[in-house]
Structure formats: structure tokens, C-alpha cells
Design a protein around this ligand. Structure first.
Ligand SMILES: [Zn+2]
Length: 201
């Protein structure tokens, strides 16, 4: 084991380049033993206690269902997002009070990600089981986000023709990822949400 091997592990973290990874590896060397132990214990506990909600696939702590799915007073709506961070951002913006469905990725022909590899099929079951009255697709305004939104809208239109489907509005920058959006931008995106597939009716 040498410094380079540890740096390599840090480089796997999102947004960490070679220089930062090297700094992190050095930092790890300078930590007191008890500090390092606390850090490791936190990582371990996080892995042990956090699971994915069996209904919406958001993060759940010590339970089958996440906090949001456990709250039965929420609006009968579902916002479809790519990651649990998106759920967190939308909750923080305080503009939406329904449920979520986390895909854990986007359909991507370039990366070979198919709909079957994402949490998509159980979304359709949820709409019936939970009496959902509207679906809002909140994928990023990137090529993969568009492909995923189009796929979901087409499937939903076929399976649930009476449920209105929306996509977040132009409050988000083109090419922007949802998790980079600030609260004001997210609120604007919800206010300007567009009904999908109107022109085909
Ligand atoms: Zn949930």
C-alpha cells in the first residue's frame, strides 16, 4: 500500500481530480488516530443504516420506507427524479408537497443504460396503487434527460391516458443538471411546468 493507491480510491469520488485526491491522501496521513476512527465509523454506519425506500427508491434511514413515503398527508402527485439529491433539493425549495420516484440514473444509448436498468417499471404500478392524480417529470435538460422524459411520457400516455403528465419548465438552464439548480430556479421551474403531449390529443 502506498500513497498512490490511496489517492486512486479518493479519485473515484465524484468531482475529485488527481491533485485533490493527492491532498486527501496526505490529509488522511496527518489525522489523529481517534479522528480517523470516527471518520471510518461514520462511513460504516452510513452504509449500514441507509437503504433505498422500497416504494420510491429515495434514501431511507432504518426503515423500509423513506420519511416522505411515510407521510400519508402528502398530495397524490409524483415527481420523477434522477437521484436522491434531487429529492433533497426540491424538498428544500419548499414548492412541492407530493411524493417522488427516484430512477437512479437516466436512459442513455451512449452509456448503454436501458429503461430496464432503472427503477421505471414500478412507477407505473404506483400510479394505480396509490391513486396518483398527476406526474411531473423532473429529469435534467440534457440529451439523456430528454430521452428519459420522452420515454416516460410515452409509456404513461399509453398505460394511464387520463393522468396529466408535466415536465419542469424553462426555469432551468438548457443543458443544466437538476442538482446544480438553486432554490429560486427550481421554484421557477415548477411554476412554469409544461403539460406533456397536449399536441397529440
Ligand atoms: Zn419513499
Amino acid at each position: 500500500m502506498n500513497l498512490e493507491e490511496l489517492s486512486k480510491q479518493f479519485r473515484r469520488l465524484p468531482g475529485v481530480g488527481p491533485r485533490t485526491a493527492e491532498k486527501m491522501a496526505y490529509y488522511w496521513l496527518t489525522l489523529e488516530d481517534d479522528e480517523a476512527e470516527r471518520f471510518l465509523r461514520t462511513l460504516e454506519n452510513f452504509r449500514r443504516q441507509i437503504t433505498l425506500c422500497k416504494r420510491c427508491h429515495n434514501l431511507a434511514v432504518g426503515s423500509d420506507l423513506c420519511n416522505i413515503c411515510q407521510d400519508n398527508r402528502r398530495d397524490k402527485a409524483i415527481v420523477v427524479v434522477e437521484t436522491p439529491q434531487d429529492v433533497e433539493n426540491i424538498e428544500q425549495a419548499g414548492i412541492y408537497h407530493g411524493y417522488y420516484h427516484v430512477l437512479h440514473g437516466l436512459i442513455s444509448p451512449r452509456k448503454g443504460v436501458t429503461p430496464e436498468q432503472l427503477f421505471i417499471s414500478d412507477l407505473f404500478d404506483r400510479i394505480v396503487d396509490e391513486g396518483i392524480t398527476q406526474v411531473i417529470i423532473a429529469t435534467s435538460f440534457t440529451m439523456e434527460g430528454d430521452i428519459t422524459a420522452d420515454y416516460l411520457a410515452k409509456q404513461l400516455k399509453t398505460l394511464q391516458p387520463n393522468i396529466p403528465i408535466y415536465r419542469l419548465g424553462t426555469g432551468l438552464p438548457v443543458g443544466g443538471e437538476l442538482n446544480y439548480a438553486d432554490k429560486a430556479t427550481l421554484r421557477a421551474a415548477f411554476i412554469t411546468k409544461q403539460k406533456v403531449g397536449e399536441e397529440n390529443d
